[in-house]
Design a protein around this ligand. Structure first.
Ligand SMILES: C[S@@+](CC[C@H](N)C(=O)[O-])C[C@H]1O[C@@H](n2cnc3c(N)ncnc32)[C@H](O)[C@@H]1O
Length: 450
């Protein structure tokens, strides 16, 4: 009796914690997609599209998936690759064009053209279920970019510049496609359309190696758009095996742990931290076990002792030895790499001979160790202040923003929220390492916080 009550209570608790879902399989675009895929020999019954309260649209299992079961198997005919594009009406234009376009541009061009042709397009059942826009940083305006942590902002700005460069350098090729359209191509291949296609490819393709086509540039041709299968969302802790099975000629995903009935079936896009998820996929995962907060060089310099005359040489040494990258805080405190860098920076001239031991993880002296912990705490506080100021500005920006901007701001807010959790945990860990008797305990930052 006691046991069954316990089980019932557990079940109830689990239900409360679980995301709510609304199935989408009866909606016309998904009915059409299934019908179209069935004609191409796809026949999975165990996954249906649904909207989940925590992750948005994804796939739900309609029956228990056992460990090592194949979750989904998509025949080669259903995959959209550069060979699909080269066999299409675009083929002769791409083959003729010199210098050859990249596999990425070929796929983007095809998506834009198919979207334009609407119902008449071969791939229209697929195009119809693609998101209409994305929350990837290439969509961000300058004021939203400004809200990102420094490190990821730099990467996002560079990514947007590369995207724009690709778009502008592809203009002459787009112009060559005019005979295929009645409307001026300038109105079809707009930057906005290219942004949508570029994000569709970047956030949805599976990795699949193909023989390099002589008609495409030398960039790696490893993309395949996989209708239906690309509805699977990411979970950092799920394990799957995925790849093209040459024996069955299908792209298959095998679940390692299995999945309960009526739960969302997830895959893992890779061991990515939240910054990478934001940059590559336009979302962040709550409680992501791979997430860290990066310490950029500017913030590091702010927290160092300006009175240390050797500081420029120390920084030069660290830079030369590639030690100034990937300095991070995680939920369990500062990374080993960050603490090693702080220990090297803490050395007094008479301690320089110990630097090799420091690289092996040795502490220099009680006093220097406490300086390092204190400096890590100061770094944490700077990052927390930056976080709080960004959240404040973000709240102001929400006012008067349209839906698309609100969604982009929501993703940045999620990143900042996850970052705050990491920084607070890190501070707790660092405070617990600092002895009560330490002179650093009297320091302003910690007094302010206690
Ligand atoms: C391959 S698609 C997955 C299906 C997608 N949710 C859809 O509606 O078409 C990848 C995109 O799904 C979203 N996504 C994937 N995993 C997610 C998660 N755990 N939480 C929130 N969004 C997620 C992101 O927008 C990402 O770019």
């Amino acid at each position: 009796m006691k046991n069954s009550r316990g089980r019932r209570a557990r079940k109830k608790r689990r239900k409360r914690e679980e995301a709510q879902s609304v199935t989408l399989s009866h909606e016309a675009p998904f009915v059409d997609l299934r019908r179209w895929l069935t004609k191409k020999a796809f026949n999975s019954q165990s996954l249906i599209p649904a909207n989940f309260s925590d992750t948005g649209r994804g796939l739900m299992s309609t029956q228990p998936i056992k460990a090592n079961d194949v979750v989904i198997s998509l025949p080669e005919r259903c995959l959209l690759t550069t060979s699909t594009v080269l066999k299409s009406y675009l083929g002769e234009y791409i083959k003729r064009w010199k210098p050859s376009v990249s596999p990425l541009v070929a796929l983007c061009t095809f998506l834009i053209a198919e979207r334009h042709y609407g119902e008449a397009a071969d791939w229209s059942p697929y195009i119809r279920v693609l998101p209409k826009s994305y929350t990837c940083p290439v969509y961000f305006s300058a004021d939203i970019m400004e809200l990102l942590p420094r490190d990821v902002r730099k990467k996002a700005v560079e990514q947007k510049e590369r995207f724009q460069e690709l778009y502008f350098s592809s203009q002459p090729f787009f112009l060559s496609l005019q005979p295929l359209f009645t409307q001026p191509v300038e109105n079809l291949f707009t930057q906005d359309a290219f942004c949508w296609a570029w994000c569709s490819v970047n956030t949805r393709t599976v990795y699949m190696e193909h023989a390099q086509s002589e008609f495409l540039s030398r960039e790696k041709d490893v993309f395949a758009l996989a209708p239906y299968l690309d509805l699977l969302n990411h979970c950092p802790t799920v394990q799957v095996e995925a790849g093209f099975n040459k024996l069955t000629s299908c792209y298959e995903i095998r679940s390692i742990q299995g999945c309960r009935k009526f739960q969302q079936a997830f895959i893992c896009y890779g061991p990515h931290d939240n910054q990478r998820l934001l940059l590559e996929y336009g979302f962040v995962a709550h409680g992501n076990i791979h997430s860290v907060v990066y310490v950029d060089l500017g913030t590091l310099k702010l927290c160092l002792d300006e009175g240390d005359k050797q500081l420029p040489q120390k920084l030069l040494f660290l830079k030369k030895n590639d030690f100034l990258r990937n300095l991070t805080f995680g939920v369990d405190g500062p990374s080993w790499r960050l603490m090693t860098v702080l220990r090297l920076l803490s050395l007094k001239p008479q301690q320089y001979s110990t630097w090799k031991n420091v690289l092996l993880g040795a502490a220099v002296s009680q006093d220097r160790e406490e300086w390092c912990i204190h400096t890590a705490l100061t770094l944490c506080q700077h990052l927390s202040d930056d976080n709080a100021s960004a959240v404040e500005r973000l709240t102001l920006l929400k006012d008067g923003s349209d839906q698309a901007r609100l969604e982009q701001l929501g993703v940045v807010e999620g990143l900042r929220r996850e970052e705050r959790v990491i920084l607070e945990h890190s501070k707790d860990v660092l405070r617990s390492l600092l002895p009560q008797s330490s002179p650093w305990q009297q320091d302003g930052i910690q007094n302010k916080e206690r």
